[in-house]
Ligand binder design. Structure first.
Ligand SMILES: [Zn+2]
Ligand SMILES: [Zn+2]
Length: 167
């Protein structure tokens, strides 16, 4: 039961975080784009290890769906709920090691690939091209997330023009 609860925290948390936080941020807001997709800085530093309040808020808002799922599953198995949160946090760190030159061993790739788990190489793709590779932990959220982004694209918030350029 603990295993199922942990899995449910990750599947439900990633669903909530992708569709109710990550996609809306890419469409209509600036916080995540400023904190997680600032190409001038290393993403490991600015997106993961930073103590900048804006970065922490982005991380916290993205983590809220996981916390909500863990709270709901607490009575089912508090150990599983905690394990799910811990695994989710470990995955945040791991998926940002691409920049450190991490190469996923072929055995790990062969084991996790069929489960649709996001590898550091996959998440690196999201940092290189923010229109791709959605889903924090599971890649099967990428296609529906992109479809939702495309469907809502006409409502997209206009990017602020660079200094000196008329909007
Ligand atoms: Zn990232
Ligand atoms: Zn993003």
């Amino acid at each position: 039961m603990a295993f199922l609860a942990a899995l449910a925290v990750l599947v439900a948390g990633d669903f909530g975080s992708t569709f109710f936080y990550h996609v809306p941020q890419h469409l209509w807001f600036q916080l995540h784009l400023r904190t997680h997709h600032d190409r001038r800085r290393s993403y490991l530093d600015h997106a993961v290890l930073s103590t900048d309040p804006a970065v922490l808020i982005d991380g916290f808002l993205g983590a809220l769906p996981y916390l909500a799922a863990a709270a709901l599953l607490w009575r089912v198995s508090w150990m599983g709920a905690l394990a799910g949160l811990a695994l989710g946090q470990l995955h945040v760190w791991w998926r940002h090691t691409g920049e450190l030159g991490w190469r996923t061993p072929s055995l790990v790739r062969a084991a996790l690939g069929p489960l649709g788990i996001v590898l550091p190489e996959d998440h690196d793709g999201h940092h290189r091209n923010p229109a791709t590779e959605f889903g924090d932990i599971f890649r099967f959220y990428d296609a529906p997330a992109r479809a939702l982004l495309a469907a809502l694209a006409p409502t997209r918030r206009r990017r602020a023009a660079p200094p000196g350029v008329k909007a």
